[in-house]
Write a protein that binds this ligand. Sequence first.
Ligand SMILES: C[S@@+](CC[C@H](N)C(=O)[O-])C[C@H]1O[C@@H](n2cnc3c(N)ncnc32)[C@H](O)[C@@H]1O
Length: 186
Amino acid sequence: MFNHFDHMASIYDRLIPSPDFSKWRDLLRLPTEGSLLDAGGGTGRVSHHFRKWTGQVVVCDLSLPMLKKAKAKAGIRPLRTDVAGLPFRNETFDRVVVVDALHHFDHQERTLKELVRVLKKGGRIVIEEPDINRFPVKAAALVERLVLMGSKFHSPAAIRHMLRLAGVCAEIQPAPLFSAWIVADK
Ligand SMILES: C[S@@+](CC[C@H](N)C(=O)[O-])C[C@H]1O[C@@H](n2cnc3c(N)ncnc32)[C@H](O)[C@@H]1O
């Protein structure tokens, strides 16, 4: 099946502006000696910056070309897997992040349950997702539909509800570029 990200991997890191890493450091309550899972982490564009503040960074993704780019970044452990069924024991990770990827996952509720399952007690999950309530995101969602990306956007409140069903209580914060952070502690 055609995977858009396989074809974008070589230029992906140059397509998207770098985030504010000091903000991310606060959001994720870093540093930690434990490990961090980047679900749908692609090239490791964001999470390779967390390496210096964590024991280990694991990037899980379905796209091999994206993961190849992640592998080239120092200190990243890339793993090809569907995030709806993770090959990790319960409570493996101290932190879990999902950046701009949830709307690309086929099984979002199941995936959020998986992410909460592999998060340690006392750990934190942060999801950054374009806010579909905002007009520019609605326009981007239309473009993604036209190019058959199969994206399924949910509002920040709906994501918070899915996290609630997965067993954690989340709060919503505004994020740059018409996005939202949905943050929960286990
Ligand atoms: C828009 S990219 C975001 C990549 C990265 N989080 C970032 O912000 O740079 C979405 C990623 O989700 C991955 N993806 C989509 N469905 C997935 C699934 N079911 N399991 C794992 N990765 C998936 C894609 O291959 C792609 O690399």
